[in-house]
Design a protein around this ligand. Sequence first.
Ligand SMILES: Cc1ncc(COP(=O)(O)O)c(C=O)c1O
Length: 405
Amino acid sequence: MSSDTATMTRTEAIQQQNDAHIINTYGARRLAMVRGAGSRLYDAEGREYLDCFAGIAVCNLGHCHPAVTAAITQQAGTLVHVSNLYYMEPQTKLAAKLSALCFAERWFFANSGAEANESAIKLVRRYWSQQGTPRPHIITAEHSFHGRTLAAITATGQPKYQQGFEPLMGGFSYVPYDDIAALAAAIRPETGAVMLEAIQGEGGVRVPHADYLRKVRALCDEHDLLLILDEVQTGMGRTGTMFAHEQAGITPDIMTLAKALANGVPIGAMGCTEQAAAGFGVGSHASTFGGNPLSCAAALATVEVLSAPGFLEEVQAKSAVFFQALNALADKHTKILDVRGAGFMIGVELDEPVAPLVSAMADHGVICGPAGPNVLRLLPPLVATAEELKQVAETLETCLGVLGW
Ligand SMILES: Cc1ncc(COP(=O)(O)O)c(C=O)c1O
């Protein structure tokens, strides 16, 4: 990289400043994205990309969706923030809208997925303590991912996210995902909840057997356990239904959301049944920014578009064609071991580390990412057209060829 600022590209200038001032938790990055529109991203050198990652399942409506931009603009000129000492119309409207779409009768708003999960964990602990029988033990799954706060990395069943941060919180056990017998065996008298992703995202786009969540629900009912579903990644239409648990025909007691809830404006939410909500009382939990007018106005606009008649049906139809194209590629390329997922949350497992493939895809104008070392994660915005999805599959084929795979 040139150190002469006069001859630097815009990307190099951004990179130099980044490297001088940002704590290096994300590693080296090659591209600087400066603009987005629909399914397209533009870098600092003016190159256009087809976005097949959506900011890790965040911009489900694509970049700068007009309805969300209008809501943000309107709210930004009206009231950006006020404390939770006051009622807020966007917050209450959002809660009512979300409740109309799922089992949850009550909501707590936070700022991220990790904080939504933190709220769920705290709710479980306080719920049982309020019942007079503390049951602080929570069972989660191996390969899970629940975020980066101390409670969330403790819940996360991947040692690589925990190492160096000990002592962890305690009170968690990890069982193999999609193994109902292992889950049953881990239940103890002090177990208060089971916490799972409906499809494991970061851990490799792992889809459980069709009846797994139903069996988990039955087990929770049998042992009087609260079921927390972390739908931070799978929620908001990502898997083709508003929430992934709809496809399993069950409802949890507690659900966490974040990522796509406000299409890119930071927000987290924990929804739960009236019964579970009794665990929190006045003063038991709070967040300065949680549920502020700006994030909730953006979320309300997002949810309205996602829940418009026909929107998710179209996503399902496009997904079926995309899966066909990817399965056809898998039939031709022996390096592809599996194509799996639901809706627009897709993992392509290879028998090679995927990092070079992710780079080659970017070089060929398509942004995607990994889910663990060997799984290519495709998370297109739900507004991606059939033509754009075809382009992703074609680019994948080209890049497999370029890499000699
Ligand atoms: C399932 C799941 N839960 C929680 C999180 C954490 O969300 P955040 O990064 O907003 O804290 C993620 C992020 O990838 C996630 O995929």
